[in-house]
Design a protein around this ligand. Structure first.
Ligand code: ADP
Ligand code: MG
Length: 341
């Protein structure tokens, strides 16, 4: 479990992290997203103790890392494994030797190192590459070795800073599957730093958006997706543009299965005694939930309250969409303004 409270990091007069509060429960995967320069890597370096925070606390399994002496810090560092974008493997060492390195530094006996290396390589599916050098491995294979090395000292927390950036989608998926497996089998708490929303959708339990050193939005992925007008929700599930039709009143509709009937749309239309035009639709899996977002067009003569009442009964949330917003979406104009509208 990671508990970050009031974390601030400044370099001189520049504040890079400004009052970060974030809790990740044991055995959960949290994703921190945000534009380049937001402070994501600085956050990672504060958590793995490569940087001293200016103020605030970071606790791993209840132990506040910011209060430790230099000697205790070295011990505490073992609780946190880190995987970087380029895996940072040593070129002159084989995969097995790279994985062994943190254990050798920690002074573990040879026999135990050998046993653990085999175990770790097996876990990341790389036992057959044990004696290969990094240059003989693909990007995805190097990341697997990097993850095995990150796990070498059996950390409670695994940090991944852009570990899937630059990998092709298929390799990214296989790395994400591996992270989910580590969470489920070993109960490792994982913090994934990424700018890729697909990564968040497929693996994260929790998501936090960092912007200019502050968390501007956070929540479980399914909760965030259900928020209609939040910027993070839009980024997670971007809607396709819709055509504006003056004959229809547009409604934004969201739902989260499985309690929503798969035929709700047709049934609700019958109940409202109207045709329903589907202007845009998106149904996705987020974690173990199915979520859907639609823009539907309804007869403008219908009473808004009745529409809401009927759709609510089917378990879907509906709100009329401002026509100006629709037009902005259709023309590709800045939709960030919609949140404020
Ligand atoms: N050692 C440092 N000294 C001064 N400024 C830094 C240092 N490290 C990072 N920064 C600044 O902090 C901001 C956040 O950087 P970083 O954490 O790398 O962002 P991200 O990983 O989200 O792209 C940037 O504006 C960067 O220039
Ligand atoms: Mg970074």
């Amino acid at each position: 479990m990671i508990e970050i409270a009031g974390l601030t990091k400044s370099y001189g007069s520049t504040t890079v992290l400004d009052g970060i509060d974030l809790t990740v429960d044991e055995g959960r995967i949290a994703a921190v997203v945000g534009p380049s320069g937001a402070g994501k890597s600085t956050l990672a370096r504060c958590i793995n103790l490569l940087e001293r925070p200016t103020s605030g606390t970071i606790a791993v399994n209840g132990q506040d890392l910011t209060r430790l002496s230099r000697r205790d810090l070295r011990e505490a560092r073992r609780q946190i494994g880190t995987v970087f974008q380029s895996a940072n493997l040593l070129r002159r060492l084989t995969a097995a030797q790279n994985v062994a390195l943190p254990m050798r530094h920690a002074g573990l006996p040879d026999q135990e190192v050998r046993r653990r290396v085999a175990e770790l390589l097996e876990r990341v599916g790389m036992l057959h590459r044990a004696n290969h050098y990094p240059s003989q491995l693909s990007g995805g294979q190097r990341q697997r070795i990097g993850i095995a090395r990150g796990l070498a000292l059996q950390p409670a927390v695994l940090l991944s800073d852009e570990a899937t950036s630059g990998l092709d989608p298929e390799t990214t998926l296989s790395i994400l599957d591996l992270l989910a497996e580590l969470r489920d089998d070993l109960g490792v708490t994982i913090l994934v730093i990424t700018h890729e929303m697909d990564v968040v959708r497929s693996v994260a339990d929790l998501v936090a958006q960092l912007d200019h050193g502050r968390i501007v939005e956070q929540g479980t992925v399914s909760d965030v997706v259900r928020r209609s007008n939040s910027p993070l929700s839009r980024a997670l599930l971007p809607m396709p543009p819709v055509a504006v039709d003056e004959q229809l009143r547009a409604w934004a509709v969201r739902y989260e299965g499985p309690e929503v009937s798969p035929v709700w749309l047709a049934q609700a239309g019958r109940e409202l005694d109207t045709d329903v035009a589907v202007l845009a639709a998106l149904v996705e899996a987020a974690g173990d939930h199915r979520v859907g977002r639609l823009t539907v067009g309804l007869d403008p003569q219908l009473d808004d309250r009745r529409v809401v009442e009927v759709l609510t009964r089917y378990g879907v949330v509906a709100e009329p969409v401002d026509r100006a917003v629709l037009r902005a979406v259709a023309t590709g104009a800045n939709v960030a303004a919609e949140g404020a509208a």
